[in-house]
Design a binder for this molecule. Structure first.
Ligand code: NAD
Length: 260
């Protein structure tokens, strides 16, 4: 059954075939959704993204650094031109300067804080604002969070603050946009550890994966972890979740419920 036949999605945050955004796109594509992608401007990145998303036959690709308002304006101008209207916005991106993830949290600079929260949290608000006028009724916005928003995770530091802001933004956007004439839903997925480029920047991802594999109630491993996330994103983008908004849904094999 094609859950998203006739729907169109704009996906932010695919870098390669390991990206969580790629696994979300795979599920949406499998269920009949037409896809378009943004990528962080840069020749090397563009080549990588073009190759990664080729199997999805994208309608278009557009460069967009989400910390730049003019890039966001251009991305949605192209979306309007190529898609007309659309149904689904995937926000699967984050960034914090490396030193803020490796130095003690106490040493977090004002600039690192500003950058991390701008790119990783404010961008959801900025993209949603640009997206909603082009979105169809009953559209869906999905973003990616992590347990660090709530619990201490070694070295997650300022990214944890950004994820807390992101989850809070999801609730405020959901409250406003649910009452908006478009009734757009906004939800976050809090994913368990997945071996991606972004995760490598945080710390010892192999050690983290091993810990998840050992502690999670359900099996959690590199082969299937991102697929689980993609499937929950499919649910959140489809009519199956028509009554769900403002939520942060854990997709981590149950890791977050374990106390010891
Ligand atoms: P990834 O490296 O594959 O994707 C991160 C994306 O962010 C890349 O496409 C990158 O180009 C993009 N990006 C960074 N700065 C940008 C900017 N200024 N403008 C536009 N795009 C920018 O890594 P991923 O793990 O797939 O990350 C996707 C999301 O999932 C992130 O929000 C991340 O925090 C979240 N997440 C990841 C994990 C994990 O273990 N990998 C767990 C929970 C949540």
């Amino acid at each position: 059954m094609a859950l998203l036949a006739g729907k169109k999605a704009l996906v932010f945050g695919v870098l390669n075939e390991y990206s969580i955004g790629w696994h979300i796109a795979e599920q949406l594509h499998h269920h009949g959704c037409e896809l378009a992608f943004s990528f962080l401007p840069g020749e090397k990145i563009e080549r990588r993204v073009v190759k990664a998303v080729e199997p999805f036959g994208p309608k278009f690709l557009v460069p967009c650094d989400v910390s730049k308002d003019e890039d966001i304006g251009r991305a949605f101008a192209m979306t309007s031109e190529k898609f007309g209207s659309f149904d689904i916005l995937i926000h699967s991106l984050a960034f914090a300067p490396g030193e803020a993830l490796h130095n003690p949290f106490l040493q977090t600079s004002r600039e690192a804080w500003r950058t991390a929260l701008d790119i990783s949290a404010y961008s959801l608000v900025a993209l949603s604002r640009a997206a909603v006028p082009l979105m169809n009724v009953d559209g869906s916005i999905v973003t990616m969070s992590y347990l660090g928003a709530e619990k201490f995770i070694p070295m997650y530091n300022v990214m944890a603050v950004a994820k807390a802001a992101l989850e809070c933004s999801v609730r405020y956007l959901a409250a406003e946009l649910g009452r908006h004439e478009k009734h757009v839903r906004v939800n976050a997925i809090s994913a368990g550890a997945i071996k991606t480029m972004a995760a490598r920047g945080i710390g010892d991802i192999d050690k983290m994966m091993a810990h998840y594999t050992e502690k999670s109630p359900l099996p959690w491993n590199g082969d299937t972890a991102a697929v689980h996330v993609g499937k929950t994103a499919l649910y959140l983008c489809s009519d199956l979740s028509s009554g769900v908004t403002g939520e942060t849904i854990y997709v981590d094999g149950g890791y977050n419920i374990v106390g010891w």
